[in-house]
Design a protein around this ligand. Structure first.
Ligand code: SAH
Length: 394
């Protein structure tokens, strides 16, 4: 068996590993032997010398991302089996034979016990994003394994790690690892979307909002809708499907708005009028005169790190207050946070405080989260990043 560099934990710091948590923080480490470099595989031992786990080493606050709790050579067969488990989970849940929807997340990092690796499936185009050097180094092997497993279902595999890998940024470039493709044309619940996976944000589309977009559709008949932070018009398309009379889509990104126009033209019927605003969301809400019946607030993660949570909560509070203040009565607010470091409770308190400031009466209709192709590993609660509330505002 291959010998890997060895990391020994401080006494008592093995507890979280024994509970299958996937991260080891630098403060838990007593000794590092074998001089591992960023991205190397290491074995983790307790203070008393018992083997605990195998993972990728990377200098930083999270020093080890665990991918196995059993000793392994971490060779091709091992990774094949890991990726197959993630892909099989989607097969079991029916994602591969869903006539109305041909996009879903194929690999969801910690949720699939593959920390640092994300892959989205866009109707045959797979977009990979590595969040760790260890996963990034193995992109070619992953590409081979994914094409092996999915066979004819893959047209192209694109690595898009340059924006997600800070430390190895100098070596991370975006490239096709297999095949080639232009913008993907996909279907989600029968709606057609164009996805610019090369130039767009993240892997190209926010697949994680699929079920929440579908829920919105039920609330839009005859309503005036504002989709704030619309990106490429995901919620707007569903609002049109649900027979909204007016839909305003607002986003700061010109590219996103351009594609939102295309997506709305593809899907929207004659009875809906839509307008597009390339604008700052806060400015738009400040200046808006329309009384919207339905507002969607789906901002980018306001807090990316623990030390930014205070300001982020202020921003969530402010934007929600602005929206609640200007809504029709009754109005429906779909409000979200995708910040991993903001807890469900904290988000709810921020929205609660926003509502209280306006003096309006508010009921919670739904509490929303991420869909099953973005699974939450029960031993890794940090993975529950998407939180949403649907509010009835009187
Ligand atoms: N709801 C979308 C995803 C939204 S992602 C969907 O279903 O696809 C967040 C969006 O907020 C991005 O498109 C980004 O361009 C936009 N954004 C970020 N900061 C903004 C700001 N200050 N004002 C307006 N839009 C902003």
């Amino acid at each position: 068996m291959t010998t890997f560099p060895k990391v020994t934990l401080k006494s008592g710091r093995d507890r979280s590993v024994r509970r299958f948590h996937l991260w080891i923080f630098s403060g838990a480490i007593k000794k590092i032997e074998g001089g591992p470099e960023d991205g190397d595989t290491v074995e983790v031992f307790s203070n008393s010398g018992e083997y605990l786990a195998t993972g990728h080493f990377q200098n930083g606050s999270i020093m080890i991302r665990i991918f196995s709790f059993e000793q392994t050579d971490a060779g091709e067969a091992f990774w094949h089996s890991k990726l197959n488990t993630a892909i099989n989970y989607r097969k079991q849940l029916g994602f591969f034979d869903n006539p109305g929807t041909n996009i879903f997340r194929l690999i969801h990092g910690e949720g699939d016990r593959l920390p640092g690796l994300i892959a989205d499936y866009y109707n045959g185009v797979v977009v990979l994003q590595a969040h760790s050097v260890g996963m990034y180094r193995m992109r070619s092997l992953f590409s081979k394994i994914i094409t092996d497993i999915l066979n004819l279902r893959v047209i192209a595999i694109y690595d898009k790690s340059s924006s997600t890998l800070n430390i190895a940024g100098k070596e991370a470039g975006n490239n096709f690892l297999y095949g080639k493709a232009d913008n993907a044309i996909v279907k989600e619940y029968g709606n057609q979307f164009e996805i610019d996976f090369i130039g767009g944000q993240k892997t190209g589309f926010f697949i994680d909002q699929r079920e929440n977009r579908r829920l919105l559709q039920n609330y839009c008949s005859g309503k005036k809708v504002a989709n704030i932070f619309s990106y490429t018009g995901g919620f707007s398309v569903y609002a049109a499907r649900g027979n909204a009379t007016l839909i305003d889509s607002v986003d700061a990104s010109e590219n996103a708005i351009e594609i939102a126009r295309i997506n709305m033209n593809e899907n929207s019927g004659k009875n809906t009028s839509h307008r597009f605003y390339c604008d700052d969301a806060f400015d738009f809400l400040n200046n808006a005169t329309e009384k919207y019946d339905v507002i969607i607030l789906d901002p980018p993660a306001f807090a990316k790190h623990q030390n930014a949570t205070k300001n982020a909560l202020k921003a969530y509070r402010r934007i929600n207050e602005m929206a609640i203040r200007m809504m029709a009565s009754p109005g429906i607010l779909f409000t979200f946070s995708c910040s991993q470091v903001i807890s469900r409770d904290d988000f709810r308190i921020a929205v609660f405080a926003a509502a209280a400031t306006t003096g309006r009466q508010v009921r919670i209709l739904h509490q929303l989260t991420q869909p099953p192709d973005h699974p939450i590993n029960i031993y890794h609660p940090e993975g529950e990043y998407l939180k949403g509330l649907v509010l009835y505002v009187e």
